[in-house]
Write a protein that binds this ligand. Structure first.
Ligand SMILES: Nc1ncnc2c1ncn2[C@@H]1O[C@H](COP(=O)(O)OP(=O)(O)OP(=O)(O)O)[C@@H](O)[C@H]1O
Length: 240
């Protein structure tokens, strides 16, 4: 297992409990979505998986040991891209490799390869602010993947994009994940997006309970899966 989470509880210092008794195991190469209404704790759970927050109780196990902080094998992609505006596209992609101390020749080869995968070869010397939102998010995805992390954590990566661009980038992300054989965890409140990009679903309900669904249980009828998720997220549902 990549992640083993058990009996996890989390509250912010000044707030009520956000996550209660979370149990979750994530295997290598699996694609998960964390789904829930606004404020249900999706981003909080993702930050716990990234090692950016520590649980109050329980533990986040990663690769057989406790996760004690951010690490190179786990990369995050945010809705707001997080690119450096003063660096060109190439230099943004270069940074994680530089930090790793990789030599110039190998870095240049890796950047060219990634630009090809991103279909952004002709934008190598442009600055992020001269690109569309979709192009920026492709670079952010590419940058997160430069060091070939084991896990990609995605926090509503496409929600700032128009529907057409979002759909294209979802397909693009699926190809990237498959070609690189990665484990992914996506936070979204969009059921369609979750069902397209993930095979396993961790649902955070309004009452603080959580439960898991698997796509293969619904392989004959994905509309049933979507209805099941919608029901779990609806306000008047009290199912555990
Ligand atoms: N830094 C913080 N300090 C205190 N409370 C916080 C902090 N960050 C989030 N919260 C609270 O924790 C709860 C969960 O927040 P979180 O951002 O994880 O939810 P979410 O499901 O990702 O929401 P959204 O879909 O709106 O992004 C919310 O009630 C929020 O107000």
């Amino acid at each position: 297992m990549v992640y083993e989470i058990s009996q996890l509880n989390f509250s912010y210092p000044d707030g009520k409990p956000v996550l209660k008794d979370i149990h979750l195991s994530i295997g290598a190469g699996e694609h998960w979505a964390i789904i829930g209404r606004s404020g249900s704790g999706k981003t909080t759970l993702l930050q716990l998986l990234a090692g950016l927050l520590m649980p109050d109780q329980g533990h986040v196990g990663y690769q057989g040991g406790p996760l004690s902080g951010p690490c190179e094998g786990i990369q995050m992609v945010f809705q707001s891209y997080g690119l450096f505006p003063w660096k060109t596209v190439s230099d943004n992609l270069d940074l994680p490799l530089r930090l790793k101390g990789i030599d110039r020749k190998r870095r240049q080869r890796a950047i060219q390869e990634m630009l090809g995968q991103l279909q952004l070869e002709e934008y190598a010397d442009r600055y992020p602010q001269t690109l569309s939102g979709g192009q920026r998010q492709r670079i952010a995805l590419g940058r997160a993947m430069m060091t070939r992390p084991e896990v990609l954590l995605l926090d509503e990566p496409f929600s700032a994009l128009d529907a057409f661009t979002r759909e294209r980038l979802q397909g693009f992300l699926l190809d990237l994940l498959d070609n690189n054989n990665m484990t992914s965890v996506l936070v979204t409140h969009q059921i369609e997006e979750a069902v397209r990009l993930a095979d396993h679903f961790f649902l955070l309900q309004p009452d603080g309970n959580s439960f898991i669904l698997h796509k293969k249980q619904y392989s004959n009828d994905l509309s049933q899966l979507k209805a099941r998720i919608a029901l779990a997220l609806s306000e008047d549902n009290h199912e555990a």
